[in-house]
Design a protein around this ligand. Structure first.
Ligand SMILES: Cc1cc2nc3c(=O)[nH]c(=O)nc-3n(C[C@H](O)[C@H](O)[C@H](O)COP(=O)(O)OP(=O)(O)OC[C@H]3O[C@@H](n4cnc5c(N)ncnc54)[C@H](O)[C@@H]3O)c2cc1C
Length: 472
């Protein structure tokens, strides 16, 4: 093998790593505890509702609607606050679930919350319309014009509907990421707008010290997490580190590496395989952060991202000027050695999935022969970071398989094989110990699913398969 980059500076790999199933079981226990807390909070608000006589004297339609109005409002607000916590990028949630699972849970909760809020809205207007003998429309206008907190509460509902609708799969395809992101920022506004009516007209809170303490504590806890992790911490760190673009290096015809340097870059910490939200502090881009995985193991000289041109912002980033100040939020994700349980490791990347795989290959605690790298590329003459990964494999005694060129059949995740072998046979030949290995997979979503199917057939247990999806 040729010495592709003789001058390539690599950080020392991790000296040791804790292996074994115990680690995985500890994570499962942590997840169980977090889920128990979340369920307990829902049970607590239902219990407070019952203790406050929520189901007493339901002897008419109006009384039934009042109970429904109160209960749906309480559960919806509790779930909404949990849902906001899920997108606060809190390190302890990220540690136990990983960014993609937390985001998936956040998405899943959106619709039930909206249905509960709509039920609360309809039940409350309906019950007052019965009491005041008005039709629903007249009653609604009477409510929002006479009680100002109800007007803000109704505006909050409109924002909430907008957020959920734009997050549905069909709508996601129609809106850009930036539009979707801005609408989501409005969701935070929506929650703020809805708070006053909960305290001023909410019969389950006003004058009830236990309920009041519970809700104020929950709001403050969520607010503290959002403000600290999403705003204050990244801003303070940016000011301290004065992080700037040091240089941009072309890696292939459509990828470039952006090197960042500043004071104490080592303090950015994190692990190989993690990603940051990168926010160039320029007039046109400061409000458009994008996620990128570090493409070199953390070190005290630079933070590096390798960026493929996929759209408008990634094209701009490939030409970002040295000296541009940037803000990093993170690190996020559990696509790291922290999740490893086995001695043998297989790293599988396709296309622009290579950055975290390249960083993992550099930092893995491993003996020669422990690690197998499989890199799927369209063209090995123009593959991003191939020279570096070749050099890492050579220095550390890892096996490297570059699968270059078109695939033979649509369902294959490999290139066409001159010997006509199946993906399964080739995988077993490249990584005979795949069943007993931790496997890290990064690439397009459909391709990743295909690899996962092969791994399942090969008998690799699900907890040994780690994926990072470039999806939002
Ligand atoms: C955890 C994670 C790690 C990533 N690491 C890398 C990396 O190391 N190198 C790299 O080149 N790319 C990486 N990506 C993908 C990268 O973030 C997107 O390609 C980029 O945000 C596209 O921005 P754009 O404005 O140029 O594209 P757009 O024109 O907005 O869209 C182009 C494509 O990128 C998708 N996209 C847009 N914004 C995002 C976003 N914020 N998150 C995910 N997908 C998006 C769109 O759905 C579309 O398919 C990563 C994504 C995630 C989620």
């Amino acid at each position: 093998m040729q010495d592709a980059r003789p001058s390539l500076q690599l950080t020392q790999p991790n000296a040791r790593v804790r292996l074994g199933i115990k680690k995985w079981l500890e994570i499962k226990r942590g997840q169980d505890f977090i889920e128990l807390l979340a369920w307990a909070s829902v049970v607590a608000v239902v219990a407070m509702f019952l203790i406050n006589g929520g189901l007493k004297e339901i002897n008419s339609l109006a009384a039934g609607l009042t109970a429904l109005d109160r209960l749906t409002a309480l559960i919806a607000t509790n779930l909404l606050l949990i849902d906001i916590l899920l997108v606060s990028r809190i390190p302890w949630l990220d540690h136990y679930y990983g960014h993609d699972r937390v985001t998936a849970a956040h998405k899943k909760l959106g619709k039930p919350i909206l249905y509960l809020v709509l039920a609360h809205f309809v039940a409350s207007v309906w019950q007052y319309s019965i009491a005041e003998n008005k039709n629903l429309v007249d009653e609604f206008f009477a409510m929002i014009t006479s009680v100002s907190d109800l007007l803000t509460g109704s505006i909050a509902l409109v924002f909430m509907i907008l957020v959920v609708v734009t997050s549905l799969n069909f709508a996601r395809k129609a809106v850009t990421y930036e539009a979707w992101y801005l609408i989501h920022i409005f969701a935070y506004g929506a929650v703020l707008l809805a708070i006053p009516h909960q305290f001023s007209v909410g019969t389950d809170i006003a004058g009830k010290p236990i309920s009041l303490t519970y809700w104020i504590s929950l709001y403050l806890f969520v607010l503290a997490n959002v403000v600290w992790y999403r705003i204050a911490k990244p801003v303070i760190r940016a000011m301290r580190s004065n992080l700037r673009v040091a240089k941009v290096v072309r890696e292939s015809s459509d990828t470039a590496s952006v090197y960042l340097s500043g004071k104490n870059v080592a303090k950015f910490g994190g692990s190989a395989g993690q990603f940051y939200m990168l926010r160039p502090l320029t007039p046109s881009q400061w409000y458009r952060p994008h996620p990128f995985s570090i493409s070199a193991a953390p070190n005290d000289k630079f933070v590096r991202f390798t960026i493929g041109a996929r759209g408008d912002d990634t094209a701009l980033l490939q030409n970002i000027k040295p000296g541009t100040p940037v803000l990093l939020e993170g690190p996020y994700g559990v696509f790291t050695e922290d999740r490893r349980t086995k001695e043998k490791v297989v790293l599988i990347a396709s296309g622009i999935g290579i950055p975290p795989i390249r960083a993992l290959a550099e930092s893995m605690a491993a003996r020669p022969g422990d690690v197998t790298i499989i890199y799927r590329v369209r063209n090995d003459q123009d593959a991003s970071l191939l020279a570096e990964i070749t050099e890492i494999a050579r220095r550390r005694g890892f096996a490297l398989h570059v699968l270059s060129g078109k695939r033979a059949i649509g369902t294959s995740w490999m290139n066409a094989d001159p010997l006509g072998r199946t993906d399964q046979d080739r995988l077993m030949q490249m990584a005979p110990a795949i069943k007993d290995s931790d496997v890290y997979v990064c690439g397009p979503v459909a391709w990743t699913r295909s690899v996962e199917r092969s791994l399942a057939v090969a008998g690799t247990p699900a907890h040994q398969i780690h994926t990072e999806e470039y999806a939002w």
